[in-house]
Design a binder for this molecule. Structure first.
Ligand code: SF4
Length: 420
């Protein structure tokens, strides 16, 4: 069963760290695994006690302030041991086409498998990722739970913020009326948003590290996605983890611990992370650093998009729900291509990027539509070449890994030769 498996995995990892301490790895990992473990234990307990779970896509910080238990959707699907089993369940039961994005389908199969709690409600949002929204809609339909869809208008201006905040208020009213035990606590939301903001502050600082040549962050650490306090029952502990992670990154940079040594090429990686360890080993062997991983909220997380919590951007002080919308609108994986490409171009300039790898996930209409425009603009505006790779994210096979590494190695060799 999924939840029990996660608990066991994390317990095993923690024991391993205690039994075999590795000074070369991030020491904050231990705290991270403890936090994750506590999260899954809370799910086990809440499920047993019949507490109401909610999947609030795009507005997750409202989960605890409304009295829901936090439930992952795609994040949980990403962690299953045998993704094909859940993917097939979604494809055969509901009839989605086989070329659908495996992340969105695996999450759907997991929810329908009975291995995770059934939420009382699922909330989705119009963009950035339509396959994720379709998957969430199907999950609500086939599991027979309530569904609420939020829009996102075509701008990030003040009008949009007001309109979406009104929709969120409607959602709160609907949930309070429809689900016993649900009651919105605004004070709690404010506290969590403030803690998230502090956590973001720690992340943003690390952008400066990425500018250094050679890049002091190892390729593997570049793919680390930060945790935010609002997701957990003990948000103070998560904030402490963010602080520790930040301090450790700077300390390691000072000692030269994350650096790959002689840096021959600086690469930005887009959309989907590589299959596994061998790709990281290849990058290190070839002297390639990876100062940037470009995904939906990366530009916001690291301060490239500056429009921060508490700022007077729209000419009035935002209400807590409007602040929530501000975050909701930060995802660059949506709308027109300029949001995605403009931020990438800025990052490539800031971080002195030499080349880009664009890993398209099969079925990801979000990034597929962006590929050509991205590669063209990188070439025209910065003279940067792009390697185009395509593959399944969760079904990484040895053959797929070998093929990716072969293409990657050829591309790297060519870029290094051209740089000389
Ligand atoms: S890979 Fe693309 S389609 Fe799939 S969940 Fe991510 S953004 Fe959506």
């Amino acid at each position: 069963m999924f939840i029990d498996e996660q608990v066991k995995n994390l317990q095993r990892r923690l024991k391993n760290i205690e039994d075999n301490p590795r000074p070369d790895l991030m020491q904050s990992n231990k705290l991270l695994y403890e936090i994750e473990l506590e999260g899954y234990l809370a799910v086990q307990e809440g499920w047993k006690a019949g507490k109401p779970f909610g999947i609030l896509g795009g507005i997750e910080p409202l989960t605890h302030p409304m009295g829901f238990e936090m439930q992952g959707y795609v994040e949980w699907g990403d962690r299953v041991r045998d993704p094909m089993r859940y993917y097939n369940l979604a494809i055969s039961k509901i009839g989605f086409p086989e070329h659908s994005c495996d992340r969105a389908m695996t999450a759907l199969g997991l929810l329908l498998s009975g291995e995770v709690p059934l939420p009382k409600i699922i909330v989705s949002r119009r963009v950035p990722c339509d396959p994720e929204r379709w998957s969430a809609m199907a999950a609500a339909k086939y599991a027979g739970v309530l569904f609420f869809d939020l829009c996102r208008l075509g701008s990030t201006g003040g009008e949009n913020v007001r309109c979406l905040a009104e929709q969120i208020a409607e959602f709160i009213e609907f949930a309070e009326k429809s689900i016993p035990g649900i009651k919105y606590n605004e004070e709690k939301l404010i506290q969590l948003l403030e803690m998230d903001h502090k956590a973001h502050g720690y992340m943003k600082d690390t952008y400066e590290l990425r500018k250094k040549v050679p890049c002091p962050i190892s390729p593997r650490d570049s793919f680390r996605v930060m945790r935010l306090p609002h997701r957990y029952h003990n948000p103070a502990k998560v904030l402490e983890y963010c602080r520790m992670y930040h301090d450790e990154m700077f300390e390691r940079a000072e000692k030269g611990m994350g650096s790959i040594g002689e840096e021959k090429l600086r690469v930005a990686w887009l959309a989907t992370g590589p299959y596994g360890r061998s790709t990281f080993d290849l990058l290190v062997k070839k002297g390639v650093s990876l100062p940037w991983f470009h995904y939906g909220v990366a530009a916001y997380n690291f301060g490239v998009l500056q429009n921060d919590y508490g700022d007077n951007t729209y000419g009035w002080k935002l209400s807590p729900l409007e602040e929530l919308v501000r975050l909701f609108n930060y995802n660059t994986w949506s709308g027109q291509s300029d949001v995605w490409v403009d931020t990438l171009i800025k990052v490539c300039r800031d971080l002195k990027i030499d080349a880009v790898v664009d890993f398209l996930q099969v079925g990801c209409i979000v990034t597929k539509n962006l590929k050509r425009i991205t590669a063209q603009r990188l070439k025209d505006e910065l003279g940067i070449p792009t390697l185009d790779i395509e593959g399944r994210e969760l079904f990484g096979t040895e053959a797929a890994e070998l093929e990716m590494n072969k293409k990657l190695e050829e591309f790297i060799d060519l870029c290094i030769a051209n740089k000389k």
